[in-house]
Design a protein around this ligand. Sequence first.
Ligand SMILES: [Zn+2]
Length: 215
Amino acid sequence: MSSSSDFVGELLHRNAAWAERIGNANPDLFPRNAKGQSPQILWIGCSDSRAGDGCLDLLPGDVFVHRNIANLLPYNDLSSLSVVQFAVEVLKVKHIVVCGHYNCGGVIACLGSKRLGLLDNWLRNLRDVRAKNKAELDKITDFHERVNRFVELNVIHQVHNVKKLSPVVDATREGRLQVHGLVYDVASGRLKPLDIPEDPNADDYLVLELDQSLE
Ligand SMILES: [Zn+2]
């Protein structure tokens, strides 16, 4: 038997046990999920293996998920923009959670100057957050504390980015959507809610309806 089939066999074994355990505890779950999904939450988090939405202790079908390195929402990223549009306009989620995590490798990388290859282009969005908050971050002498404050500032920045997206603007103005910022502590498994300050530039980005004069 090859090591590959050993590996897949182990995954299948674990999966069968999981499906039985979850199915027994929630007899309606899999039949319900077979008919469709109606999650209430969109989770936007980091790809880090330690920091997924599993910390919410919810079930399959409860959370629509998008993860990438350092939980970023750049305006030119079709993947995350499509996820937000689908979640808000089609699934009509009631909450978007942007969740960063302490000890984030992407954040640590952006406090240094080592070249990482293609990834540098992605992380440039995070370096923009560092540049925007340079004065505050440079004052923090302890590196670990600086990393973790950078994690929090990035969540705040990404929440502001999410709130500028047209589907989110419309849904929040209609009172059917809230956007939250959280940080997950990999050392304790606990979530910390962040106070998200008002975006001082929000009005400069606000676009509400199609400009008919352009047609
Ligand atoms: Zn991370």
